[in-house]
Design a protein around this ligand. Structure first.
Ligand code: NAD
Length: 360
């Protein structure tokens, strides 16, 4: 196997997503960028808020929530002063809080647009969780609001900042695997009953929006191409109350301009779960499994593990945004990136309905 890995090549391999050594030095000399977390649910509490301890140029300075008890408990835990804890009703006051530079929206997807637009109008940069919003038009409203306010918009695609995924992108794009002839990604799990994720009004869709977006986004970032045509089928198990409003299993096919075909799957009823991608090149086969997990991602090439230095993907994502806030430059995962996925997901839904391929 001829593939070699260094930390530098892993981090520099993709869209300059990682914070550069020069910016790390700059960061150490400056006041950190202040972040407010909006929506204190599971992802905010267990992944995002703890990640600030690993950031070099970002600080958690404020909390915004619909629940006073969470503001109180998490505010105390993270040492957030009472003056920096806001209910949704009172959040307009963040306009006058110069400690807050960025608002990180971590609520159900259909609520992302209103919170993101509101934060931009209050003069703050915005990070929104994935999926960006239920429709392409919603995404456009978020992009327009941030542009009009002169603020940055980042979508929380953590894998674009994660070392194994950056290494996989480098392997795919550099020719190390040879010419890519086949690419496939599968993501699914077994969802519980009665959650917002199975209510279309809050989630915007089913498994495809929530977990299938990892398969879709990986096919795009590994190939470096945008699909010209999309074909999909949806399968829902009968008599399952989780799939009255939203879809379960999606099989989709993306035809890329080079002729490469990307195969993706997504599911909400998969007892054993799946989290993987596989890229077959003319020289080598790369498998990532798990591919996009919170930790423990693993890459093999022709069955041999690729050594990759683990990073904290959330801290990398947050620090990248903070670096752009302080020093300008493009965000690696801007609103347009989130909108591209939503446009393709809408085409996937349309194709599954009509049985026909949808041209992009
Ligand atoms: P969750 O249900 O644990 O938390 C959602 C939070 O939003 C809760 O605090 C809840 O009180 C609040 N909320 C619920 N309905 C609301 C409404 N109508 N208006 C305002 N607030 C409301 O969900 P979660 O798993 O934390 O997911 C939140 C967001 O984060 C979603 O967009 C999800 O897709 C995303 N997420 C991303 C990742 C990732 O790896 N990037 C992982 C998990 C979740």
């Amino acid at each position: 196997m001829s593939i070699e890995i260094t930390r530098r090549s892993a981090l520099l391999g993709f869209a300059a997503a990682a914070v550069s050594p020069a910016s790390l030095v700059r960061a150490a000399q400056q006041k950190p960028v202040g972040w407010a977390v909006l929506g204190l649910g599971s992802y905010a509490t267990y992944q995002i808020m703890p990640a600030f301890a690993h950031c070099v140029n970002s600080k958690l300075v404020a909390l915004i929530s619909g629940h006073e008890d969470k503001l109180s408990r998490l505010g105390d835990q993270y040492g957030i002063p009472k003056t920096h804890r806001y209910t949704y009703d009172a959040m307009d006051a963040i306009k006058n809080n110069s400690d807050i530079d960025v608002v990180y929206v971590i609520t159900p997807p259909s609520t992302h647009p209103e919170f993101a637009i509101r934060a931009a109008k209050l003069g703050k940069h915005v990070c929104s969780e994935k999926p960006m919003a239920p429709t392409v038009a919603d995404c456009q409203r978020m992009i327009d609001a941030c542009r009009k306010a002169g603020k940055l918009l980042q979508i929380g695609y953590r894998c674009h900042y994660e070392a194994h995924n950056l290494r996989a992108i480098q392997a795919c794009r550099s020719g190390e695997l040879g010419k890519i002839t086949s690419i496939k990604s599968d993501h699914g799990f077994n969802i519980g009953h009665g959650l917002w994720r199975t209510q279309k009004a809050l989630a915007g869709g089913g498994s495809m929006m929530d977990i299938g977006i990892y398969s879709l986004n990986a096919l795009r970032y590994l190939s470096g191409e945008e699909p010209v045509s999309v074909k999909a089928t949806i399968t829902n198990p009968p008599n399952d109350d989780r799939f009255v409003d939203v879809e379960d299993t999606v099989d989709f096919e993306l035809t890329f301009p080079s002729g490469l075909i990307g195969h993706g799957t997504s599911g909400y009823s998969w007892r054993n779960g799946k989290n993987r991608y596989e890229v077959i090149g003319t020289k080598h086969t790369l498998i990532a499994e798990p591919a996009t997990a919170y930790d423990g991602d693993r890459l093999t090439v022709d069955g041999v593990e690729l050594p990759v230095e683990v990073n904290n993907q959330w801290a990398a994502q947050i620090d990248h945004m903070s670096d752009r806030v302080r020093h300008g430059g493009k965000v690696a995962t801007p609103g347009q990136e989130g909108q591209r996925d939503i446009r393709i997901i809408q085409a996937i839904y349309e194709s599954a309905k009509t049985g026909l391929a949808v041209k992009m």
